[in-house]
Design a protein around this ligand. Structure first.
Ligand code: KIV
Ligand code: ZN
Length: 563
């Protein structure tokens, strides 16, 4: 690409040495405007039909959008029909304003007024292109000519508004100097000023000045400089609402919107999941949720993001990527072992400390806040570490494996992931656990047993154990005494071939199994060779569970020796 990059014209930033926006913070949600039904729709391979548009409209209302651009009624019959269906069908709640787009051309403006008849709240949005490139290549016109187009359109709109306003429509105006980002800033100010004058903008009747990055062509900080400059030069600024309409050609739409807000913008136009022309419009979901994670109420509701995604994918026939912020299939999943471990600790910390703050590493947001679940957070593949499998056992099945056992079980799972070469689902991890620790009854098996327990005057307990064990086909009886079931059992097997282990540690807890409660015991033994081995026993009987755990550990050690 060495010889071809030279044909591009780099963006020339404006000089703004005393910029103030980098030191500011976003403390309030902007006014949101969805352009899904216009900008988003016009960029679809198969544009939505009327019923699909209606469904998406109701979804947008459900999310809490109060300003919704519903179409470009002069552009096609379907667009016109949809707007009529919305109005005549009584679909628009009283607190929602519909917005209609039109080019700054007389016959299109007239048709647009026909489309909005009978609506309660309307933003009439008109635009013409103002950039240096469009003036040179498309319109072959100087700036005066471009200003004249906008001002004449504004005059006609004001004229045609009178009967609509008299008929009770709450009508507001929006003007977009299309391709604002590539317009000389003084020209952008001038055209907006003239349009505002023509529309008789006042602080009571503010005109929305929508500043689009029609094609994103510079870094977000340069765009923010433009916005700060524009606002500082705009006469009668308090009679305008500064709106942004970022596209995403450089992949910086979200940053452009956020920095533009820092620079003084008050309103954002965008789409769900960043649908729209080419690389899309700015993604309203990411913007809103970014605010949410900074403890700013976005005033949009994404608490059931999967439902919104389902509607979006069905009506637009677009697919959301696995890594799309806040919604993608994989965004609440950690593959890396160290991430899994830290997430595990974060959940534990929150539980123990009863913290009301979200303090879980690697998860910028609580998945539950967008209706996602904890279960799929950790998935196990060959990149996962020792803690991940134990976490799955705890989160999904209630088994709280002792920390010392994590590496051993991690290695069991790792072997399987290496063998199958893909991710393991929690159910498979459970199966591996059962097969490795629970369903292991060879070579030693406990056939029958009994305990007798007495407690002396000081409260010390004394346990006698008697049992019948099998080693392959040989059956033998053992008995022993101790201060508890484990001690008594160990004493009972002393002298047998199975006694070459020392007891290191033990942990037991209850798990629910259907409506039943079971005891699960984890036994940690050390062989004469110094090797550690773990066993797990499960039983309704809390004294029997550890015995099964001991046999599980011994049987596992024998199996390993045999290899
Ligand atoms: O991207 C753009 O400039 C537009 C305008 C019509 C606002 O969609
Ligand atoms: Zn656009």
């Amino acid at each position: 690409m060495k010889s071809t990059f030279e044909k591009y014209v780099p963006f020339v930033p404006i000089a703004l040495p005393n910029r103030t926006w980098p030191g500011r913070q976003i403390t309030n949600a902007p006014v949101w405007c969805s352009v899904d039904l216009r900008d988003g729709n016009q960029a679809l391979v198969d544009p939505m039909n009327v019923s699909e548009k209606l469904e998406l409209f109701h979804t947008l209302v459900g999310i809490g959008l109060k300003e919704i651009e519903v179409g470009f009624p002069s552009a096609s019959e379907t667009e016109f029909e949809f707007i009529r269906a919305l109005i005549e069908g009584g679909h628009i709640p009283d607190d929602v304003t519909i917005q209609v787009l039109v080019q700054a051309r007389a016959h299109l403006i007239k048709r647009t007024f026909e489309a909005i008849r009978g609506a309660k709240n309307v933003i009439l949005h008109f635009y013409n292109s103002t950039s240096t490139l469009q003036r040179k290549v498309v319109f072959r016109m100087d700036m005066d000519g471009i200003i004249q187009i906008a001002v004449e359109a504004a005059g006609l709109i004001r004229e045609l508004s009178k009967p609509a306003i008299e008929a009770g429509v709450n009508l507001r105006y929006e003007y977009s100097p299309e391709s604002f980002m590539g317009t000389e800033m003084d020209n952008a100010v001038l055209i907006c000023q003239r349009v505002m004058e023509e529309l008789r903008a006042t602080p009571e009747n503010r005109v929305i000045l929508n500043l689009p990055s029609t094609v994103e062509n510079c870094m977000p900080n340069y765009f923010a400089d433009e916005i700060e400059y524009f606002i500082s030069k705009l006469p009668n600024r308090e009679s305008a609402i500064i709106s942004l309409h970022p596209h995403n050609d450089r992949g910086c739409g979200v940053a452009t919107a956020e920095m533009g807000l820092l620079a003084g913008a008050e309103r954002i136009e965008g789409t769900l999941f960043g649908n729209g022309e080419r690389t899309g419009n700015v993604d309203l979901v990411t913007l809103a949720m970014n605010l949410y994670t900074q403890r700013v109420d976005p005033r949009l509701d994404f608490s059931d993001i999967n439902k919104i995604r389902e509607v979006f994918e069905r009506v637009t026939k677009m697919r959301i990527g696995e890594r799309q912020p806040y919604v993608g299939e994989l965004v609440f999943t950690a593959f890396s072992g160290s991430h899994q471990d830290a997430i595990n600790k974060g959940f534990k910390y929150m539980q123990e400390s009863e913290s009301e703050l979200w303090e879980v590493p690697y998860l910028p947001i609580d998945p539950a806040d967008v209706g996602r679940q904890y279960e799929p957070i950790i998935r196990i593949n060959s990149q996962s570490g020792k803690g991940g499998s134990a976490f799955i056992m705890q989160q999904n099945f209630g088994y709280d494996l002792p920390k010392a056992m994590h590496p051993e079980f991690g290695a069991v799972v790792q072997k399987e992931t290496d063998r199958v070469g893909k991710e393991l689902k929690p159910e498979r991890i459970y199966e591996l656990f059962q097969a490795e620790y629970v369903d292991i009854d060879a070579p030693y098996r406990l056939i029958r047993h009994s305990f007798a327990e007495t407690t002396d005057a000081e409260g010390n307990s004394h346990v006698s154990f008697a049992g019948t064990l099998a080693h392959k086909d040989t059956v033998f009886d053992v008995s022993g005494e101790g201060n508890g079931p484990i001690d008594a059992f160990f004493n009972a097997i002393r002298g047998q071939k199975m006694d070459r282990f020392t007891f290191v540690d033990y942990k037991e807890h209850a798990i629910r199994s259907g409506s039943d409660s079971m005891a699960v015991a984890y036994i940690h033994l050390r062989g004469l060779d110094g090797k550690d081995v773990f066993g797990v026993g499960i039983s309704h009987n809390i004294s029997l569970a550890p015995l099964r755990g001991i046999l599980s550990a011994i049987n596992r050690a024998k199996k390993q020796e045999a290899k």
